[in-house]
Design a protein around this ligand. Structure first.
Ligand code: XLS
Ligand code: NI
Ligand code: NI
Length: 446
């Protein structure tokens, strides 16, 4: 087995390129469903799914929680003496991992790849240095950047918000990072640029003027958009909804809230949504619901693939493993004709108790296989089963005659009344949810 790595040393020894071995294989370090080159319709699995590994959970997070420190002692975090040298080691580990896993994309925050600094010039210098190196690694491996973003939530200066901070000095300081992260994204050919508003919200209305904060938020996004376009960014800007955590209430509550906000401020031509599974469930929805709401407006831009834990209520960011969820997600994605230029980014982390380097591979293999299987089943349901016909038939009464006239705005309320008076009580029609559920299980078992 070849062991591709490109850095000074190998960080995942004993692990080579992860092969596709099919569902009969018992080799944990192989794909059972993700067969990158397999075609479904006119696209390969790789083209449908456009997988990305996230830098923050996979290479920065060592498993700390509010009750204890990290449990994972990664070599790239301790082998070098300076923060910048450690960042270089981490970059090597990351590209070794991407290459061995066989994903086409990755995603990062500015201070995932480069050491943060309070001094603006030092911060910019660190990021530029690391972006140049990342560019070289992309060249050497063929990896691409799905999206870049700025971390506007970790540093204590952002405790009251970044773009929505009541203090203009903090808003301006946030612009330093967004400007630099946009430049980094453009330099690395990033397909998208993400805003996740982790601290854009409030803890109490007692001290908060939400109207002003939301206006500042829209102004900030428009300003960032204008700068991005001026330096040649052609991709989508993406807003990632999340209802809470870290703030009690976050402005980008869910997909529908964000769609309304973007339309209200005329931002929906440049901005779409990056929908994350566990954020949708935190908002009290299913993953598929938020995907559908975004997609209905033509604004589903990308996916953060993960899942929550049904027994507790926070953002556990587990790797996706529930095939029901991935089938549901891929039903929405296939119906809208795909995700490009977005993709499926694994915004997911290992459990604190999972401490082997190998576990990073196992987790991603599981996530990729779950989405690949979801894709296969959704594709089969849409192309071979009666699903789409059943669904369309529910609305057949709007396809012709007075129903179509109504849908086209040609009927007034009095005319509707007269139609109903002539018809008598509508005949009861079953929703037949069980029929669809049985079909999913039937196709999952194939
Ligand atoms: C946190 C978010 C974050 C974004 C990027 O909950 O998911 O990781 O994806 O800032
Ligand atoms: Ni999240
Ligand atoms: Ni996310």
């Amino acid at each position: 087995m070849s062991t591709p790595f490109i850095g000074k040393r190998e960080y995942f020894p004993g692990i080579g390129r992860i092969p596709y071995e099919g569902r009969e294989s018992d080799n944990p370090l192989s794909f059972k469903h993700y067969d990158a080159g397999k075609k479904l319709g006119d696209k390969t699995m790789a083209e449908h799914l456009r997988f990305a590994v996230c830098y923050w959970h996979t290479f920065c997070n060592t498993g700390n929680d509010p009750f204890g420190p990290g449990t994972r002692d990664y070599l790239w975090n301790r082998s070098a003496d300076t923060p910048l040298a450690r960042a270089e080691d981490k970059l090597d580990a990351a590209f070794e991992f991407f290459t061995k896993l066989g994903v086409p994309y990755y995603c990062f925050h500015d201070n995932d790849i480069a050491p943060d600094a309070e001094d603006v010039v030092a911060y910019e210098k660190n990021l530029k240095h690391m972006v140049a190196l990342a560019g070289e690694r992309q060249q050497a491996t063929g990896l691409k950047l799905l999206w870049g973003t700025a971390n506007l939530f970790t540093h204590p200066r952002y405790m009251n918000g970044a773009a929505t901070n009541p203090d203009f000095a903090v808003v301006a300081r946030a612009a330093v990072q967004v400007k630099a992260a946009l430049e980094a994204t453009v330099e690395l050919g990033g397909a998208n640029y993400v805003f996740w508003g982790g601290r854009e919200g409030y803890a109490t209305l007692h001290n908060t003027d939400t109207r002003r904060e939301l206006e500042h938020f829209a102004r900030f996004l428009a300003t960032a958009r204008d700068y991005g376009r001026s330096i040649g960014f052609k991709g989508n800007f993406l807003i990632e909804p999340k209802p809470m955590e870290p703030m009690k209430h976050q402005y980008d509550f869910d997909a529908s809230t964000v769609v309304g906000f973007l339309k209200q401020h005329g931002l929906d031509r440049d901005f779409k949504l990056n929908v994350e599974a566990n954020h949708a469930t935190l908002a009290g929805h299913t993953f598929e619901h938020d995907l559908q709401m975004a997609s209905d407006h033509g604004l589903l831009g990308s996916i953060d693939g993960n899942r929550g834990n049904p027994q507790n209520g926070w953002d556990t960011d587990q790797f996706p493993s529930d095939l029901y969820d991935t089938v549901g997600a891929m039903m929405v994605v296939l119906r809208q004709g795909g995700l490009a230029p977005g993709g499926v980014n694994f915004d997911a982390k290992l459990r604190r108790e999972s401490t082997d380097g190998e576990d990073l591979f196992l987790a991603h293999i599981g996530g990729m296989d779950s989405f690949a299987r979801g894709l296969e089943v959704a594709y089969a349901l849409q192309t071979q089963s009666p699903w789409e016909r059943w669904r369309a038939e529910r609305y057949a009464s709007f396809d012709e005659g007075p129903g179509r006239d109504f849908a086209q705005g040609k009927t007034d309320l009095a005319a509707l009344r007269d139609l109903a008076a002539g018809h008598g009580e509508p005949i009861q029609t079953s929703g037949k949810q069980e029929r669809y559920e049985n079909l999913i299980n039937q196709y999952l078992a194939r």
